[in-house]
Design a protein around this ligand. Structure first.
Ligand SMILES: [Zn+2]
Length: 1002
């Protein structure tokens, strides 16, 4: 049956015309109840005996309305809710309202255990309704929902006539809707009413979205009203307001900033942040110049006493101590400040956190519902008030909470409990926390993803049919070189001399796209994950293990499919030509860096493979020299590697990563392959190539660094990467060999991030990769663990084979651009998760230990300074100011005010009793005492929020330094002996080890 739906539409020129949309009504839409004999259905989803509750005493199916999904999705996600009917009306509304809620619901629908059925009520002859005159679309949809509920209620009564009974329950938090449904004789309840009737799952009550819990007894308005959407739009249009993504400082949760074009606006204090949360897109109003910032702000140590918060919020949040700073400005020009006047797009997500013990009032046996505050693990997120009956149980645990609302008369946002993650300090719990906090998808692969794998499983082998369109390179002396224990081998190499004395060099990359076809569930999952994530003790794969560590992995002594990039190079490593081909290879050896190096060095070995390694090494050196000549940078990061105990996976030792020539060998040819492939795909896909760029650094940050090293008579030039590379090479202090490395670390931090982009969205001169000094670059060499490389493989195949079939995924500029956004986000999160994992293991390592070690000052703040301890690759703040809690542990806490921030030299100065001046500034070598701060506001033991405590030992600053305790040195010697005994155990090569660390972020 065809049903015409006509409506008026305004055309481009303002002309009104009538549009007609065809709407089919069908008779074959079934109820999907298993025992129904009225409908003819093949695979019913809804169970014949759905659950009953204390409230609804008969077995029943649930039909929630749109707002229930929008506001209570955590409840809906609870496994106790089954046999749910999703009306098409609701499903479509959700898709428009919130893609994230829609996607979460989609997941539940795909889970057969949940028994969620989508009922196409808009196409059902008996449930479709026309919108009546004067009726708003909302009212029409509410009526459509009630009509469908009514149909279902009647229908299930017919199914269950013989003594049995089945009911339909409408879930809605709209009082009027409940009223009307009841008038129609339907069962309708609010979510709270319904959930309170589910007595077997009391935690559900805690998970109810909280719209209002006040933390502000006097109900004083504490925040300014946000501007309306139209006011914001106008303000941005006429440039009185600035739009940007709010970024809260890691060192100070009351300091945020937005970047709008070239200007960065700092937002200071709770009141000016005006309920905006990290990541929100906000509208900011600029303050008059007189209120701009002239010196760096102080760090906030821990959550301050919050009893006077309401008063604090009434004050004006101007940067403090402006006046006394006036004639010794640190900034060349004052930094713009402003306040948030509206939130354009919220970026709320579920947050991991812990309950503040002080906020729990009930007795230890209490199960009454009470208001408690939750401190998110992410220090940039404000504490969240929730209502819970499980406060006693949840203390000392990591929990997941969601924010529901933030009213202008409430100091903190309100939210609800989502789930408990486990005991604080437990390594598994904390690893789960860091994965959640960094938005790393880490569930097991779903069955529909696994269904895309070859049916032969690990018995899959290369067959003759694979030779089609592939070069058979199995006769070549191909080998791979990787870190020890590497099981996901992406790349392998070969070299042979040509009759003309030139060399043929091949880089062979796992042919992942042979197995991962576009638009399959496997492809979608890999695109969503974006990258494999390497933690200290764990690896979260982008592809299922069968592919990643077996069928795609270029293991030795088996035939594997590859995508090969083959150059003819002159003996001087000049490219004569390059070809690309899909291939079959058979790697002869899987070397570790160490093994390959040993082969090269052992002159007694004269076999072809070893000779090949020497040629490759020689060519790589020439390539590298040429790259350096062009101005490629050698950057640095304080990377260390933890050795884990084999059984417990606890860190037992730490070492600096050692780089051998063979690391550089592999790196050099991978860079070359990436560049050659970038050039090739750009020829075919000029507007939609997936490339990687690295913009030059901004002057501001490097200027600050320059100011600091001018004290040593040094300057960095950075007009070009060549100038920077040269001045870095020259910046050497003979008396301090570590200085140059430290300067490179700090220079690296001034760099912009390298990012993926779609060639059509930038102009050609912006393609440049500053760090690698290359005009064009992409990622091709690691398709097992990076999705960018999967797309690039498809583009390369389309570039070399005329008959290659491909779709919009390779030519749609918009799609590539969106994919790049996702990949950049995943990539950044993966790096941060890896860093958090190091931090977690560092804390485990220092648990119960105190050690005094050498470090360098890498940043001077108003009330403290940051120290990098190179031995452990850790960095932390030594606090010097009054509001620091650490000072209570120091020897002379009554004299701390002696340390003064000198903005002119960017140093912290102290005058000792005998009138001597001690100054702490950037690049100073200091000795600090490292321990783990166990005592945190309600945080309990361990975990990501736990902090390393750094205290100054030397230079001796009265009121700040702790005593030089030599007994720790003895401890160290004992550790040392221990370590020798454990040598065997330490050889554990964990799967978490990251490959080719050095070029990873290039
Ligand atoms: Zn039926």
């Amino acid at each position: 049956m065809l049903h015409n739906k006509s409506y008026l539409k305004r055309g481009r020129g303002g002309k009104v015309f009538k549009a007609v949309k065809e709407h089919y009504l069908r008779d074959d839409i079934w109820c999907s109840v298993e025992c129904c004999t009225i409908c003819s259905h093949t695979e019913p989803i809804l169970s014949s005996i759905p659950a009953k509750t204390k409230l609804v005493t008969k077995p029943h199916y649930i039909i929630p309305d749109t707002n229930v999904f929008m506001n209570q999705i955590d409840i809906i996600e609870h496994p106790a809710l089954q046999n749910v009917i999703i009306l098409q009306t609701v499903y479509e509304e959700l898709r428009h309202l919130s893609l994230s809620v829609y996607n979460r619901l989609k997941k539940m629908i795909n889970d057969p255990n949940r028994k969620f059925y989508v009922f196409a009520n808009e196409h059902h002859r008996d449930t479709f309704i026309e919108r009546i005159k004067e009726e708003s679309p909302n009212d029409r949809n509410d009526r459509a929902i009630r009509a469908a509920v009514k149909w279902y209620a009647t229908h299930v009564k017919q199914i269950a006539d013989k003594g049995k009974s089945l009911e339909i329950v409408l879930l809605t938090d709209d009082a009027e809707n409940i009223q009307r449904a009841k008038q129609d004789g339907l069962l309708a309840y609010s979510v709270r009413e319904y959930v309170e009737g589910m007595i077997d799952t009391p935690e559900l009550v805690d998970m109810l979205g909280n719209v209002r819990i006040s933390d502000n007894k006097d109900k004083k308005i504490v925040y300014e009203e946000h501007l309306s959407a139209s006011q914001i739009t106008n303000g941005i249009k006429n440039q009185t307001l600035y739009q940007g993504t709010l970024n809260i400082s890691m060192h100070n949760y009351l300091e945020g900033s937005i970047q709008n074009g070239d200007i960065q606006i700092t937002i200071l204090g709770r009141k000016n942040l005006n309920r905006a949360i990290q990541g929100d897109i906000v509208a900011v109003q600029l303050f008059p110049k007189s209120e701009w910032l002239r010196a760096p702000t102080a760090v906030i140590v821990e959550e301050e006493e919050e009893k006077n918060l309401a008063e604090e919020l009434q004050e004006n949040c101007k940067p403090k101590e402006q006046s006394e700073e006036a004639d010794s400005d640190l900034f060349e020009a004052p930094q713009p400040t402003g306040k948030v006047v509206g939130i354009i797009k919220k970026n709320w997500r579920p947050y991991c956190g812990f309950i503040n013990k002080q906020s729990v009032k009930g007795s230890s046996t209490s199960t009454l519902s009470e208001n408690v505050s939750v401190y998110p693990i992410d220090r940039r997120i404000p504490r969240i008030n929730i209502r819970t009956r499980q406060a006693q149980n949840l203390m000392g645990q990591r929990i997941l909470v969601a924010i529901d609302s933030w009213h202008k008369d409430s100091i903190f946002p309100m939210g609800h409990f989502v789930k408990a993650l486990g005991a604080a300090g437990d390594k598994l719990t904390e690893t789960e926390v860091l994965l959640l906090e960094h938005d790393v998808p880490h569930q097991e692969f779903a069955q529909q993803v696994l269904n895309c794998l070859p049916v032969e499983g690990d018995l899959w082998v290369v067959k003759d049919e694979h030779l089609q369109r592939r070069a058979d390179l199995r006769h070549l002396n191909v080998c791979s070189i990787d870190p020890p224990g590497c099981t996901d081998i992406d790349d392998a190499l070969h070299v042979r001399q040509l009759p003309n004395n030139n060399y043929e060099v091949g880089v062979h990359i796992a042919d992942v796209t042979h197995f991962v076809k576009p638009n399959t569930p496997l492809d979608e999952e890999a695109a969503l994950r974006g990258t494999t994530v390497y933690l200290i003790n764990k690896r979260i794969d982008m592809l299922p293990g069968l592919l990643g560590t077996n069928l795609c992995s270029l293991k030795s002594k088996v035939d594997r499919l590859a995508f090969s990039c083959i150059w003819e190079l002159s003996p001087e490593a000049e490219i004569v030509n390059v070809t690309f081909t899909k291939s079959i290879i058979s790697s002869k050896e899987s070397f570790t860096y160490e093994e390959a190096q040993a082969r090269i060095d052992d002159q007694r070995l004269q076999d072809d493979l070893t000779k090949g390694l020497r040629v490759l090494n020689d060519l790589a050196k020439k390539l590298r020299a040429r790259r350096m000549e062009r101005g490629a940078l050698t950057l640095a990061s304080p990377e260390v590697r933890y050795k884990l105990d084999f059984d417990s996976q606890d860190p037992i030792d730490v070492e600096m990563k050692e780089l051998r020539e063979t690391n550089a060998l592999v790196e050099e040819f991978m860079l070359l392959a990436n560049i050659s492939v970038a050039e090739k795909i750009y020829k075919k896909f000029a507007a939609s190539s997936l490339l990687r760029r690295h913009p030059p650094p901004t002057a501001f940050k490097l200027d600050n660094l320059n100011k600091a090293i001018s004290a040593f008579g040094l300057t960095l030039h950075y007009e070009t990467s060549k100038a920077l590379a040269d001045s870095l090479d020259e910046a050497v202090l003979p008396e301090d060999p570590y200085f140059n490395k430290l300067l490179r670390i700090l220079t690296t931090r001034c760099m912009m991030q390298a990012t993926y982009f779609c060639s059509g969205t930038f102009s050609v001169h912006e393609y440049r990769h500053y760090g690698l000094a290359s005009e064009i670059y992409t990622h091709f060499t690691s398709p097992i663990r990076r999705y960018s490389d999967v797309i690039v493989h498809r583009m390369l195949a389309a570039s070399i084979y005329d008959d290659e079939v491909y779709g919009s995924e390779l030519i749609d500029k918009k799609k590539i651009e969106q994919l790049c956004d996702v990949l950049n986000h995943r990539h950044r999160m993966a790096q941060m998760a890896a860093r958090s994992s190091v931090e977690l293991h560092t804390n485990l390592f220092f648990k119960g230990k105190t050690e005094q070690v050498e470090g360098y000052v890498t940043r001077v703040l108003k009330n403290g300074f940051v120290v990098l301890v190179q031995k452990y690759g850790i960095e932390g703040i030594v606090y010097s100011s009054d509001n620091s809690k650490t000072k209570l542990n120091t020897t002379a806490s009554n004299s701390t005010s002696l340390i003064i921030y000198n903005s002119h030299d960017n140093s912290l100065d102290s005058i000792t009793g005998d009138g001597k001046k001690i100054s702490i500034k950037l690049f100073d070598k200091v000795i600090v005492q490292v321990s783990v701060d166990e005592d945190l506001v309600g945080g309990g033991a361990g975990g990501m929020r736990q902090k390393l405590k750094l205290e100054l030992v030397k230079p001796v600053v009265p009121g700040l330094s702790v005593s030089n305790d030599t007994s720790t040195d003895n401890n160290e010697i004992i550790e040392e002996n221990n370590y020798n005994n454990k040598k065997d155990k330490r050889e554990n090569t964990n799967g978490g080890r990251k490959k080719k660390m050095k070029i990873e972020n290039m």
